[in-house]
Design a protein around this ligand. Sequence first.
Ligand code: SAM
Length: 186
Amino acid sequence: MLKGILNYAHYLLEESIEEGETVIDATCGNGNDTLFLSDLVGESGFVIAFDIQEQAITVTREAILQRQKSNVSLIHDSHENIKKYLPKDKTIGGAIFNLGYLPRSDKRIITRSVSTIQAMDVILEFLKKNGLLILVVYHGHEGGKEEKEAILKHVINLNQKEFSVLRYGFINQKNDPPFIIAIQKK
Ligand SMILES: C[S@@+](CC[C@H](N)C(=O)[O-])C[C@H]1O[C@@H](n2cnc3c(N)ncnc32)[C@H](O)[C@@H]1O
């Protein structure tokens, strides 16, 4: 069976992340991926989750508290500053970005190519061998096309000796369907 976009993103994370690892949710939003990652790495692991919106941090904090998770660090800052928050000696087990805007929120607050690419490059530097950085690319909104194109241009040019880059998406869907870019470090 072909997996839907979010299922496939979670499947890839499940396949590549091990208990005890440090992982990144670059855009926590309502916290769905943060909780998923928290379960994957278990109590001995650690999730670092970013969002620039107070609302997203508050909603995610509530979800974490409700499920009594103690392995998440929520950071109210742009993921482009990620280097400041990474433990120096740790490799990253995996990472996910959900691009676009927070559903049922201000559609003008969106991820932007410059900061997304800056964060991606830092994560790729610290990613474990065979680890995955996943981008779920929503691009139907205003500003989405620019971000999509800049990111595609960037990942297409990643050195194939160092990274494998996969694009996964449904090509017969209407209305700018989202797709996945998965980058594996060799
Ligand atoms: C599509 S939503 C994320 C959905 C989320 N993964 C979930 O499960 O609900 C995108 C989020 O990225 C956040 N965002 C936008 N620019 C950002 C940046 N530079 N750094 C961190 N978060 C950012 C937005 O505030 C928004 O909450």
